[in-house]
Design a binder for this molecule. Sequence first.
Ligand code: NMN
Length: 256
Amino acid sequence: QWNGEGTSLNLESIVTGRCYDYIQTVNPTVRNKNCSAIWEALKQAFVYKDPCSVLPSDYELLINLTLHEIPPNKSLFWENNKHLVHKYANKGLHYMPLGDSLTGWIVDNLNWCGKPNGSGIDYISCPTTEECEHNPVESFWRIASVTYAKQSSGVIHTMLNGSALGGAFPNNSFFADYELPNFQKDCVSHFEIWVMDDIEGADLDSCGRGSIKVLEDILSSKGPVRILQCVDFPSHPECAIPSDSSIIKPWMTLFL
Ligand code: NMN
């Protein structure tokens, strides 16, 4: 019926097993998680439901049950280089991208959707985001990405692909739409953007140009680079300093 792949076989065993593996061997600093409750929370978000009517908010319980600290300076955001990022991150030992947090780990590379009858799970096909936006997998990664960005602190790392055809910082990506708007600027010291070209790949985008320049401008509009610009244009409305606040704010340490 749908164009996407159906639910991954043995979903319950995979999710529950990955959860126990994570808390016992991958990241034992995360303790006291109830892996069977985590599976139940995933199940209640989509089983027996119309696979085009699952919202990010349907996963709130799952997110709460899987939540743990993302260590400061360990967040790693990315676009178009998932394999490289996860090799480099080394299961959370070096960096902790979303896929190496418990929330992302339990369902990474899996697929799931429901149907209103029978077993309540569609193993044959699931809707793609082109077919319907509010499908179970898309909605999960939206709330997971928002939550991860809100939890991230210290130095924020981003690995982008300078050889990607749609640009290293494409529009309508999870990073642009759900992560970038949700950083807590009071908790972020600065951003590091790494642009990796593929080996023998084209050098399409790089620091200071193309879509990376767009990203740099978005980041600087959020922080003190704007203050530097205001030195030359002190009377511009964008440089107005609110009368009720002290001039020095924690986010002023933000720089590129
Ligand atoms: O799928 P794209 O748009 O490339 O999203 C990548 C970004 O969004 C990353 O920064 C990541 O934090 C988050 N994300 C991760 C996964 C995953 O680990 N499987 C899936 C969707 C979004």
